[in-house]
Design a binder for this molecule. Structure first.
Ligand code: NAD
Length: 495
């Protein structure tokens, strides 16, 4: 049986008494065991990151940039290997896994510009013969704690910039998908990154709690469900760390009566069922405005019926859910929606997947006439379940989105520029798509939601990411000059 280990100080390390099974969700077969770190294992990793920090923070920008470019080249050449690892442990189809790696690679490419991104400013003669300049400096060892649904991309939202800025990193991946992190650690080594700058600790709550309270961890970037994001934010800030904690979502797509309904139906399928709905930017609530619902639901149902569900290595459109427990949970929501009186238009519970063994499959599922008190509307299901709500007006649709406790992503489909502009202006959501159902910003913008979808004030990557992984210092300088002489105990005046 394959054992998935930690990666500390440039080498694999097998430590910890407990293990957790890793499964291929398409076959249901256990493919390995991941070791789960104890607090003392986390201490060893943090000590390695702390020891590597002084030399790495002072490595020239030229050297750091060369290593980043080398990492980018290796990743680009070998991304198929990483995508195959993701499909084997997460279940998403191979094309989607490749897309995930490419979106992560964008952040590496953005971080290659660190020399420009990290530039300070300079002011001559702020006072007579007094100059001021500012610099941004690395923090030290930082922790990245990631969810199961993007084993490569979510860590890459953070570590390229953290490393480029001169920090050292401990990545704690989800125990469900541990291998991608080790693959990326090996790639960093091949790219020439000094040992100890990038470390991986495998584990669960024990490892997370050790990182959140460790005195040598300076910052925590977390992505996962809302209750854990909130816990991470509270615990790590109480321990004096800066924290960005990205949480769960319930994303709405509004379709106005003047929208191109074929385009909207395609977009609803892609955003509702891509990665089996296991995306924080998935659309799970579709709000049909005016009299278009019957036609739109018909178009979505027809497309959903044509999707091929199966093993992600077999050219399927949609893969399995991540685990047997998650399949049970999502199927339970389908039962609950039916019992609550929603119209079950497409039922994915009896899907016949193209796969060997007993994988964790649920086919695309579509509900119509969903109301706001039903659990299929109120809860983040994180599965291939799309709920259609019918409203009469734009205002009602906007009120629905703004009434949600989440604010990660949203989309509007319309050909009315005025309505789109009003939506963009008034909607209380961090990432907005206009005729785009999964509006994930490029790496040079920042990714993050509002309300219960993000705790902290800094979004991932872009300039917000650069700021998160650095702190500012302002230096005021006066060189010796005869005109400076004289005693004056008063507060300095700007003359
Ligand atoms: P999760 O919250 O269960 O786990 C996330 C991480 O926290 C994992 O590394 C896990 O080991 C750790 N963890 C789990 N329970 C913990 C506990 N009690 N104490 C300390 N650490 C704990 O999330 P998941 O199921 O892996 O991922 C799915 C969730 O992530 C969804 O809610 C999804 O919306 C969210 N997500 C959000 C974004 C975003 O950008 N906002 C992106 C991707 C995923």
């Amino acid at each position: 049986m394959n054992t998935i280990e930690h990666w500390i100080n440039g080498s694999p390390v097998k430590a910890g008494e407990r293990t957790s099974e890793v499964t291929n969700p398409a076959t249901g077969k256990v493919t390995g065991n991941v070791v789960l770190a104890r607090a003392e294992d986390v201490d060893v990793a943090v000590a390695a990151a702390k020891a590597a920090f002084p030399a790495w923070r002072d490595a020239s920008l030229a050297r750091r940039t060369q290593i980043l470019f080398a990492f980018r080249e290796l990743l680009n050449a070998r991304k198929g290997e990483l995508a195959a690892i993701i499909t084997a442990e997460h279940g998403k189809v191979l094309d989607d896994a490749l897309g995930e790696v490419s979106r992560g690679q964008e952040v590496v490419e953005f971080a290659c510009g660190i020399a420009h991104l990290i530039k300070g400013s300079y002011t001559e003669n702020a006072s007579t013969k007094v100059d001021i300049h500012s610099v941004r400096q690395a923090l030290g060892p930082v922790a990245i704690i990631s969810p199961f649904n993007f084993p490569a991309m979510v860590p890459m939202w953070f570590f390229p910039l953290a490393i480029a800025a001169g920090n050292t990193v401990i990545l704690k991946p989800s125990e469900k998908v541990p291998t991608a992190a080790i693959w990326m650690a090996e790639l960093w080594k091949e790219a020439g990154l000094p040992d100890g700058v990038f470390n991986v600790v495998q584990g669960d709550k024990v490892a997370v709690d050790s990182l959140l309270t460790h005195p040598d961890i300076m910052a925590v970037s977390f992505v996962g469900s809302t209750p854990i994001a909130q816990y991470v934010y509270k615990t790590a800030t109480a321990n004096g760390k800066r924290v960005q904690a990205l949480g769960g979502a319930k994303n709405h797509m509004i379709v106005l009566p003047d929208a191109d309904l074929d385009l909207a139906a395609d977009a609803a399928i892609n955003a509702g069922f891509g990665s089996a709905g296991e995306r924080c930017m998935a659309i799970s609530a579709l709000v049909a405005v005016g009299g278009i619902a019957d036609e739109l639901v018909g178009k979505i149902a027809q497309r959903a019926g044509e999707l091929r569900t199966g093993d992600g290595l077999r050219g399927s459109d949609m893969g399995p859910l991540v685990s047997a427990a998650h399949l049970e949970k999502v199927s339970g929501y389908v039962d609950a929606g039916e019992a609550a009186g929603a119209t079950l238009v497409v039922d994915g519970r009896n899907v016949a997947p193209d796969a060997e063994g007993s994988g964790f499959f649920l086919g695309p599922t579509l509900f119509d006439n969903v109301s706001t008190d039903m659990s299929i509307y109120t809860d983040e299901i994180f599965g291939p379940v799309l709920s259609v709500l019918r409203v009469d007006s734009f205002d009602e649709a906007l009120a629905l989105v703004n009434g949600s406790p989440y604010g990660n992503g949203t989309a509007i489909f319309t050909s009315d520029g005025g309505a789109a502009r009003r939506f963009e202006n008034e909607v209380q959501v961090g990432m907005v798509g206009i005729n785009i159902s999964v509006p994930v910003p490029m790496a040079y913008y920042s990714f993050g939601g509002w309300k219960n979808s993000l705790f902290g004030d800094t979004h991932a990557h872009g300039t917000e990411g650069v700021n998160f992984f650095t702190r500012g210092k302002a230096v005021t300088t006066r060189w010796s000059d005869p005109s400076n002489r004289g005693i004056n105990l008063g507060f300095p005046q700007n003359v």
